[in-house]
Design a protein around this ligand. Sequence first.
Ligand code: GLN
Length: 485
Amino acid sequence: MDLYGLTIHAAHELLKRGEISAVALTAAVFERIEEVEEKVSAYLTLARDRAMAEAEAADALIGQGELGPLTGIPLAIKDILCTEGTRTTCGSKILEDFIPPYDSTVVKKLRSAHAVVVGKTNLDEFGMGSSTEHSAFASTHNPWDLTRIPGGSSGGSAAAVAADECIGAIGSDTGGSIRQPASHCGVVGLKPTYGRVSRFGLVAFASSLDQVGPITKDVTDCALLMNEIAGYDAMDSTSVPRPVPDFTKALESGLHGLVAGIPKEYYVEGLDGEVSQALDDAIKLIGELGATCREVSLPHTPYAVATYYLVAPAEASSNLARYDGVRYGLRDATSANLMEMYRNTRSRGFGPEVQRRIIIGTYALSAGYYEAYYGKASQVRTLVMEDFKQAFQTCDVLLAPVAPTPAFKLGEKLDDPLSMYLSDIFTLPPSLAGVPGLSVPCGFSREGLPIGLQILGKHFDEEKLIRVGYNFEQATDYHKRRPEL
Ligand code: GLN
């Protein structure tokens, strides 16, 4: 048996029965990394020595009978979450050598659950992108077809899970960055409700949208990671003080009595024929499993891309002002004066996509334009939110595509930002509304590329997404397929 291919829950069972050790499991993951990482490029930093020490500590605990669901489980962390003592680059030259003095809350929680941190995964710089090509260091390749993008911005995490270079992973999602790479890599990804998981130590891109969430090999693992990472945190004023359910309980019920809405604006021209077919089949199956499916309308969907691409850059331009070469990160040493130092540091430190966002965002917030751009976008955002509120008056969940096409070729959209932005059309509206979204594998294209189903729910109703995703998964075998590498 190849230990690296295990799910979290399967590995846990074997650890519990004493059939494997955390050290053997972690070593197997690093062997796998040695074997395939050259092709995939999922990681920016590997923490081998520390991970092996963590695995030894986990084995000692297991020896004393202290075994939690994540004890000794090797996990990968998107390189936008601060890790004490381990470099955190955000995929940017400006933070190339940044070693955080503290752990993000999510990482802290995973460490106290005695998980093993394998390393930090590649991403689009500061999370800005949909292909992981906007990383300053490398492009990650899709394990299903190495000539294609893994999706983004959490492309490194999704590719690492799909290629068995970790047992599970953590990503972040501002406008689709967990769901879309999960879909393109044939794995499971959950963007929790805004406020469900602490953002403390998640380097800020767009603070009103950013959320941390799991990327895993199946829905059970997703529930297990959610159990650990969710919950109120006094260090994040936007995290919501409400009790965290046991998400694995949601795996126990069937779909009878559940109403699933099919938003008609999501099944439109531009949706690839094979994606549309896979979605139709998925909806039919969910109906056969006991749910009632009915058409609903989210009328403001066509405005979501324009709205997001004002709100997110506006917040980014403000958040990224902190990288000025003074306190931390890159500093241009050749400048003659302070203004020149700011300019040179930021010109050298930020890549073209980040610079584009800063310029768009600064413009949208500037005096004289604020009302017309940021102000108007905020109003439209409220209308998008109202769409979801209306739909959830008659539905428990919504079933939608994740992305309009399967993974595109590396380089295909790199010089065409608008076409890259448009590929986010189905993941942006739920982000603007703050509702949770789960991506589960629902088929493959003729070329063998994974296709994902997006399940959306009410605020703080992740349990229902997990319930639908799990029942769907049990009736299919897409999540069991693995790419040949
Ligand atoms: N692709 C979107 C963007 O470029 C969303 C990215 C994300 O969710 N971090 O902004």
